[in-house]
Each structure stands twice: as structure tokens, then as C-alpha cells.
Design a protein around this ligand. Structure first.
Ligand SMILES: NC(=O)c1ccc[n+]([C@@H]2O[C@H](COP(=O)([O-])OP(=O)(O)OC[C@H]3O[C@@H](n4cnc5c(N)ncnc54)[C@H](O)[C@@H]3O)[C@@H](O)[C@H]2O)c1
Length: 434
């Protein structure tokens, strides 16, 4: 099949490359000329394990192409996927400006009827909006469908090629057949495609992210109570996760969820609820708990080191919003590190892959260390924001001898409080007795 994917970010690039790997002819389009030039040279501009190999392989086999020219990129495509960003608008709703611009450009450039598929996360009713834009700017009989993406950064290739499910929102038989055929290679082992109405597909994506985010905020609230009553959230996690009705995933207490999806999708769904007169109180609370939780390490640092951090040095391990990604969007570190600097601290940070992106987002005063242990030199405490595997089994003796005082404030509950206590650390984590 001949495809065009508009928007070559985490979703567009992974989708385009994996669909090309499955035998399709794919053109990825983006307005970012520098990104496209790097991709044309076989260089993947994001950190995503396994992706570069697929991009280079499919380029070499002449099945994956990159361009900034939308008209040229969609010319031969029968299916055009929209995978541009849908960031949070000022009122919490999803900003659909890029989706609408692209829909108009498709209508103006297309010389034959296309199946236009929204892959971006978009509020209920967006496919209808896209259809109206196509109809307003073209006489061709374009069709629209919804195919929300569920991949996780850090494991995106695996998620795309072996998804839990593929959601197709369609309104006509031809679109259903075309999309089911497109995803057939990913259904060989088990049937993963769920076909439904367009509005249900659009809602499914938000409902999934809303549910996952709610589980995290629920555990974070339980952890706050654990801190007060002397219970251990990790024991509770196992205790409830072993119940097959609950399951173990997304039950980790920590310094809050971040990233390009949960924060904005929770807000956007809550906004949709308000707009339709159905307040989504659980989701509003999920968001509120998370906003507080993202700053919890600030309070814990002040509890240990005092309100005035002048003359103090903090080592920071992990900047990205989660492990295995260089994505800094809505990362808890972005909220806490500026507060540490404002309170007078010197910050020495390390992240295995996100430091280049962090430099663009964090104030200039942050010092970036070459290695994880370099960040510790002369610091008064270590603060952990990200659960990178590099930090999970460190040389504790080396940490102790590098730090001025053996203090760790861990936003990801990476270590055993008992063991840390035995080794002479003052170890503060989330919802566990220290
Ligand atoms: N990142 C994830 O883990 C993830 C997972 C599932 C769904 N989503 C959703 O997918 C969508 C894309 O997310 P992302 O993380 O890939 O975003 P991203 O910011 O990484 O990529 C978006 C790309 O779109 C390009 N773009 C913007 N306007 C354009 C235009 N007019 N024409 C062509 N290109 C344009 C940008 O230059 C950028 O490269 C969002 O709706 C997001 O919510 C993201």
C-alpha cells in the first residue's frame, strides 16, 4: 500500500518506519526541515531503541522516504495519516491547529480521493471536523477514519509491531477493509484489531490514558498516606497488584507522571467533559494530585536540607520524564530543578540520553555531568527523578564516598530502605518508611 504520514515525531516516525518495514511504501512529511534532512541522511533525531535500524533498512530498500513537501509526499498515497502534535491549549483543551492546517493542505494538494486517518490523539468529533475541512476545500470524495496510537516511548517499536490492540474507527466498508488490510501483518499471531465507530475510537484513546493516569495518581495518594501512617507503598503495590482484577501495571508511586501524553490528555478529556456538561471529577482529581506530586521532591529536599539551599549542592540522577527516552516534555525534573536553583542550590545533573534536550528546557545554571558518578562529586544529597536501569543497582559505597553527606531523596523508589539504612544512608523515598 502507498502511505503518507504527516508529522514525523515519536508517533509519525515509528508508525511510518514500521509500516514501511511491513512492506508498504511510506513517505513521512514534516515542516521541520532540519529533522527531515537528518532523516534523509539516515540519522534518527530522537532516542528510541531499535528505530534507527528499521529506518536505515527501509530507506535502503526504497520503501521509506522523507520530505517537507506535503503535496509531493501525498501525491501517490491512498492512505494519508495525520500524526502531528496536539499540544495542550491554554484552557486545557487539545490544540488542533496543526491537524486543521494539515487537513486543509491535504484537500488543496490532493489530485485524487484519499483515506485521511487521524493517528494523533484528538478529541471526540475531530474526524468530523477534518471531514468538513476536506469538503470545504476540495470536490474530491475523501474519506476519514480514526486510528489512535498507543505506543509508549522507549518501547515504541515493540508496541507498534506487537500491540495489545489496534483501534480502527471507521464509518464505511471500504475504509474498514483498507485499514484492516494495512494492519494485517501485525495480526498474524493473534487478532488484535478492534473496529468501531470513529467517535468511539477517538474516545478509547483518551479513556485509556485517563485510566492509566488515574491508577498512578491513586497510588501517589496512597503513598502520601503511607508516609503518615508508617505503611510501605511497595508492599501495598504487590498486595493489590496480585489481585487479577487490578493487575500489577501502572501501580508505581513516584514523583508524578509526565511526558507528552498523560498530562495533556487527562486535561483535554476533562475539558471535553466540561464542554458537554459532564464534569469528570475523577480525572480532574487525577490531574490535581499529579500536579502536587510532581513537586513532592522539592518538599522532601527542604525537609532534609532546610529552606535555604544557598551553599548546598544537589546531585540529580535522571531528567527525562521516564526511562528509555530523551523526552523532557512535562518531566517532574523540569518543575523541581528550577525551584532548587531559586532556593540557592547548585545542581549537578546526569541523564543517560536526555541531557541535550534538558539543556534547552532548564535554566542555564544547571551543570551537566559526563557520568552518573561525576554528578555526585561534593554534593550534599542525591535526588533521583528517573528510573533508568543505570541507576537501579549502583555502587552504593562509591555513592557514599562521593557525596559530602550520605543522603538520597529518591522519587522512584529504586532501593530498599532497610538496606540503605544498614549502609548508613539517610534515604527518603515515596510512601515508604525511611
Ligand atoms: N509520544 C507518544 O508517546 C505518543 C503516543 C501515542 C499518541 N501520541 C499522540 O500522537 C501525536 C503526535 O505526538 P508525538 O509525540 O509524535 O509529537 P512530536 O512533537 O514528537 O511530533 C509531531 C511532529 O509534527 C510536526 N508538525 C507539526 N505541524 C506540522 C505540519 N503543519 N505539517 C507537518 N508536520 C507538522 C512537528 O514538526 C513534529 O515533528 C499527539 O497527538 C500525541 O498525543 C503520542
Amino acid at each position: 500500500m502507498k502511505l503518507a504520514v504527516i508529522g514525523t515525531g515519536y508517533v509519525g516516525l515509528v508508525s511510518g518506519a514500521c509500516l514501511a518495514d511491513a512492506g508498504n511504501h511510506v513517505t513521512c512529511i514534516d515542516i521541520d526541515g532540519e529533522k527531515i534532512a537528518r532523516l534523509q541522511a539516515g540519522e534518527v533525531p530522537i532516542f528510541e531503541p531499535g528505530l534507527e535500524r528499521i529506518v536505515q533498512r527501509t530507506q535502503a530498500r526504497e520503501r521509506l522516504f522523507f520530505t517537507t513537501d506535503l503535496a509531493e509526499g501525498i501525491r501517490h498515497a491512498t492512505v494519508v495519516m495525520i500524526a502531528v502534535g496536539t499540544p495542550q491549549d491554554e484552557d486545557g483543551s487539545a490544540d488542533l491547529a496543526a491537524v486543521e492546517v494539515v487537513a486543509r493542505q491535504i484537500a488543496q494538494a490532493a489530485t485524487d480521493a484519499k483515506l485521511v486517518v487521524t493517528k494523533s490523539t484528538v478529541p471526540v468529533g475531530t474526524a468530523d471536523r477534518v471531514r468538513r475541512i476536506l469538503e470545504a476545500h476540495s470536490d474530491l470524495a475523501h474519506r476519514v477514519a480514526s486510528n489512535p496510537e498507543f505506543l509508549k516511548e522507549g518501547d515504541a517499536v515493540n508496541d507498534f509491531t506487537r500491540p495489545d490492540r489496534i483501534i480502527l474507527g471507521v464509518e464505511d466498508e471500504q475504509s474498514r477493509e483498507e485499514l484492516e488490510a494495512l494492519y494485517e501483518p501485525f495480526n498474524r499471531k493473534e487478532r488484535r484489531t478492534l473496529t468501531m465507530g470513529v467517535r468511539s475510537a477517538e474516545m478509547t484513546k483518551y479513556a485509556a490514558n485517563g485510566m492509566l493516569a488515574t491508577r498512578i495518581s491513586f497510588m501517589n495518594e496512597m503513598a502520601r498516606l503511607c508516609d503518615e501512617v508508617g505503611a510501605d507503598i511497595e508492599e501495598i503495590r504487590f498486595g493489590i497488584g496480585s489481585d487479577s482484577r487490578i493487575g500489577p501495571a501502572f501501580l508505581y508511586a513516584g514523583c508524578g507522571y509526565g511526558g507528552s501524553c498523560f498530562p495533556k490528555d487527562v486535561k483535554a478529556l476533562a475539558h471535553t467533559g466540561r464542554r458537554h456538561g459532564v464534569p469528570l471529577r475523577l480525572l480532574e482529581a487525577t490531574d490535581q494530585v499529579n500536579q502536587e506530586q510532581r513537586r513532592i521532591l522539592i518538599r522532601k529536599v527542604h525537609d532534609v536540607l532546610g529552606a535555604d539551599l544557598r551553599g548546598k549542592t544537589l546531585a540529580v540522577w535522571g531528567l527525562a520524564f521516564k526511562a528509555k527516552t530523551d523526552d523532557m516534555r512535562e518531566a517532574p525534573a523540569l518543575y523541581c530543578i528550577p525551584a532548587f536553583l531559586e532556593a540557592g542550590a547548585r545542581v549537578q545533573a546526569h541523564d543517560p540520553v536526555a541531557m541535550d534536550n534538558a539543556r534547552k528546557e532548564l535554566p542555564a545554571g544547571v551543570h551537566y555531568a559526563q557520568g552518573a558518578y561525576d554528578a555526585l562529586e561534593g554534593a550534599d544529597a542525591l535526588v533521583i527523578f528517573t528510573d533508568w536501569s543505570d541507576y537501579r543497582a549502583p555502587d552504593l559505597e562509591r555513592i557514599k564516598s562521593s557525596l559530602k553527606a550520605a543522603i538520597i531523596i529518591d522519587g522512584r523508589n529504586l532501593y530498599s530502605p532497610q538496606k540503605m539504612g544498614r549502609m548508613g544512608f539517610r534515604y527518603h523515598c515515596i510512601g515508604r518508611p525511611s
